[in-house]
Design a protein around this ligand. Sequence first.
Ligand SMILES: C[S@@+](CC[C@H](N)C(=O)[O-])C[C@H]1O[C@@H](n2cnc3c(N)ncnc32)[C@H](O)[C@@H]1O
Length: 208
Amino acid sequence: MEAIGTKQAHWDQVYTTKKLEESSWYQPRPNISLGFIQQLSVAKDAAIIDVGGGDSLFVDHLLDLGYQNITVLDLSPKALERAQNRLGERAITVKWILADAAKFEPTEQYDFWHDRAAFHFLTTEADIQHYAQTAAQAIKPGGFLVIGTFSEQGPKKCSGLEIKQYSEQDLVQVFENQFKKILYQQVDHLTPTQAIQQFTFCAFQRTH
Ligand SMILES: C[S@@+](CC[C@H](N)C(=O)[O-])C[C@H]1O[C@@H](n2cnc3c(N)ncnc32)[C@H](O)[C@@H]1O
């Protein structure tokens, strides 16, 4: 297992040298993720967590839509600081967790767990299993898990780091013990440099 310090240093460096709009993962409006929120009829008072949220605009859009119970988790203090500075006073209404998703020990349960392009950085079986077990415990029965990773046709690296690619079936295999898959979307993400990155997105519901 990689030490949190190494991973944190990498991401802090990214968030001190690259603007949000220059990052390959940048989305002015995270349409796919917001589409899942709508399709799954997530209530405005739902407890939502964005795991590996970085300084993504997902939280801004959720606040604009009237969501009131939002948590953003990331292992980079710089990423969280940037998101907080951007949100200004609105940041006070959001809960911020500085943690490694591979070792996260949640203290509350969530109705909606979202992860776009963070889970795929976990490359050891132990980290992947820990993540799946944590999600299973931290998501309320009947609650949702939305995961977006690079697909098997997507890039092999992200931000210079090795990632693990997933097909729909691969994601099902990781989470099938406690979740049933309810939605799947293959997504072509257009980066700010006009490259296409193919993502696999799945929504799961916790069954028991
Ligand atoms: C490619 S960016 C995606 C950011 C955001 N989810 C989005 O879609 O715009 C990956 C993010 O995951 C975070 N990250 C990477 N590994 C992580 C881990 N093990 N635990 C928590 N966050 C992690 C990074 O700091 C970074 O903010």
